[in-house]
Design a protein around this ligand. Structure first.
Ligand SMILES: Cc1ncc(COP(=O)(O)O)c(C=O)c1O
Length: 455
């Protein structure tokens, strides 16, 4: 297997890596993967297809598929390949995967198996079945004390990712602005740009405790702002929001007249107290919606279920756009997801497991020179990147540290360089027992000791 670039036609498609990567918006112009034997039989010419000039500007126009920039996750993939080639007997310690390692709870899989065979579940689901909406309403009431009308204030989505693609369609005209935190989940920003809107980044910096500085946004930006996208617990920083912060957001939204979209994908993975919903904030329902996901907290990543909830008018606009985009998630899946939402023991178990793993990882990293603590939420540990090694290596960016750790020591992390240099360690590694987790930590400690990192 060799890796090539997209200088030949046909233009490479952005599908091969997206499946496993939470930040697939970075992958619009992926470098091609070509298999040597297939490539040699490929009769394609270097001429562009007649439709090359027809691609829309939003995906690169006539240059679509010709970008040779190598994106972050592709670099990691290449470094992993090199590490495996150079050290075939060394096991990779993979802290780079941003997906739950377990299947959904057995009770949910069993229920799904039954629902698949029910004839009434076979058809288009459109904007969703009442069973799921009602379970979501019960969940919001039970877990957060938030009372919502299942009919008008909740709508399912096929995983939360498409909701971030659709919500900008509800608000953004050319020239309008979306405010979004970086580092972060970029789908709403990408779609804002697709609609001719602009994006204003709010950096999450250590010196500001990884909270956005909303007072630093210029007034002329606020005048054009239609959407503020927040994400708490925050990926990748692990920070959780406070009630005071949310209260300030509500007041600001009313004053500056924008809507708030709060991404609660990791909410059931809250470790520093009870999970906090934005909608618990007095007045929050007047200014926005919260988007929930079954992926992380319920081990249901591949099931593709989530819901948008909050102000009925925004939920209705979302439902209208969604109705014109998809025909709803399979009803059997919605019913299984409803049962999951009704069973608090599921997210509580998932929470317990990832908290335990984070505690072990924090202890291990701190013994190796990192200075980190268990995050407020998410299954990510966001740790300050080393600047070099005792052996004289020096890293200009987190990306260099990542490459060094993968290639020399078989330790995989994800670098973040857009608001300081940080490494993201995910605790979603595969380790069937606690003893396996401990063994993995021992090996991590041994290898990091050898790496001799400096800060
Ligand atoms: C912060 C954040 N929001 C939203 C999502 C989308 O999750 P899903 O589409 O599986 O609900 C992810 C997935 O990685 C995420 O990390």
């Amino acid at each position: 297997m060799v890796t090539g670039f997209c200088s030949i036609t046909p233009p490479c498609r952005a599908t091969s890596f997206n499946r496993n990567l939470e930040y697939s918006a970075y992958f619009l112009h992926l470098p091609c993967q070509t298999n040597m034997s297939t490539a040699s039989k490929d009769n394609s010419t270097t001429a562009d297809p007649y439709f090359q000039s027809l691609f829309a500007d939003r995906i690169g126009g006539a240059n679509y598929g010709k970008d040779t920039e190598i994106y972050k996750f592709e670099k990691i993939k290449r470094a992993k390949r090199k590490a495996l080639t150079d050290h075939p007997d060394r096991v990779l310690l993979d802290f780079g995967i941003g997906e739950n390692d377990a299947m959904a709870d057995k009770s949910i899989r069993d229920l799904m198996a039954q629902e698949v065979n029910q004839p009434e579940n076979r058809g288009y689901a459109d904007n969703g079945v009442a069973e799921f909406k009602q379970a979501a309403a019960r969940f919001m009431k039970r877990r957060f004390g938030v009372q919502l009308d299942a009919d008008t204030q909740i709508n399912h989505c096929i995983g939360s990712k498409p909701a971030y693609a659709m919500l900008p369609a509800c608000f953004i005209n050319p020239g309008d602005m979306t405010l979004i935190t970086v580092p972060g989940y970029p789908v709403a920003a990408t779609h804002t740009r697709y609609y001719g809107g602009e994006v204003f980044n709010l950096p999450l910096q250590a010196e500001n405790n990884f909270m956005p500085d909303l007072d630093a946004v210029p007034d002329d930006i606020y005048r054009r702002t239609k959407i503020l996208v927040l994400n708490y617990p925050n990926s990748p920083t692990g920070k959780t929001a406070t009630a005071d912060f949310y209260a300030k957001v509500v007041a600001l939204a009313k004053e500056k007249q924008f809507v708030v979209v709060q991404d609660a994908a990791h909410i059931m993975l809250t470790f520093d107290g009870e999970p906090l919903s934005f909608l618990q904030t007095p007045g929050a329902i007047d200014v926005g919606v919260e988007v929930h996901s079954m992926s992380k907290g319920y081990d249901m990543i591949g099931w593709r279920m989530g819901f948008v909830c909050g102000h009925p008018k925004i939920v209705s606009a979302f439902a209208d756009v969604k109705d014109n985009s998809d025909s709803g998630q399979f009803i059997a899946t919605q019913k299984a997801a409803a049962a999951a939402l009704d069973d608090d023991s599921i997210p509580d178990q998932v929470n317990k497991k990832y908290r335990r793993r984070l505690e072990k990882l924090v202890n291990t990293l701190n013994e190796c020179g990192f200075e980190c603590e268990v995050p407020g939420g998410t299954y990510f540990l966001y740790a300050k990147s080393p600047v070099g090694s005792q052996a004289g290596k020096s890293f200009a960016a987190a990306e260099d540290a990542t490459r060094y750790l993968i290639e020399e020591f078989g330790i995989v992390t994800v670098p973040w360089d857009n608001a300081g240099a940080f490494l993201r360690f995910s605790v979603t590694y595969v380790a069937p027992t606690e003893a396996d987790e401990d063994a993995l930590m021992e090996e991590t400690k041994r290898r990091l000791g050898d790496a001799g990192l400096t800060w």
